[in-house]
Design a protein around this ligand. Sequence first.
Ligand code: DQA
Length: 143
Amino acid sequence: MTLLVIHGPNLNMLGRRQASHYGQFTLEELHEKLIETFPEIDFSFFQSNHEGDIIDVIHDAMDADFDALLINPGAYTHTSVAIRDALDMIQMPKVEVHLSDIENREPFRKVNLIKDVVDKTFMGNKVESYLEAIEFLQTKGVV
Ligand code: DQA
């Protein structure tokens, strides 16, 4: 089973961002945790600080062989109609993940342009949010 995992801007800086929101682990350690927890899944990881690069990867995934897509769009969650449109186009199971609880932070983080073009959103439990999202895909028999 194959899962495309997309991380948006600033997530390459995990480990140096506010631990109270994001935890202390690095992006590399997050990837290791996913691989270790779900050895049966073939992960493809992508991180970019650039909106267009994220859109290109979503477009490429339309003709690729992934069973599902997991995205943490970072701050683009709150601003990117373009990433929303790309996600809306792609026909595969999709989940959105946030390390922090974006509904209980600054008011601007309550704006979520992504949530209604994905199957489900997981947030607020740091690395556990990723695990919950993948368990959800497994429960659905997707990955
Ligand atoms: C985030 C939440 C966003 O509001 C923020 O801009 C991020 C990370 C999260 O995982 O909690 O960069 O998506």
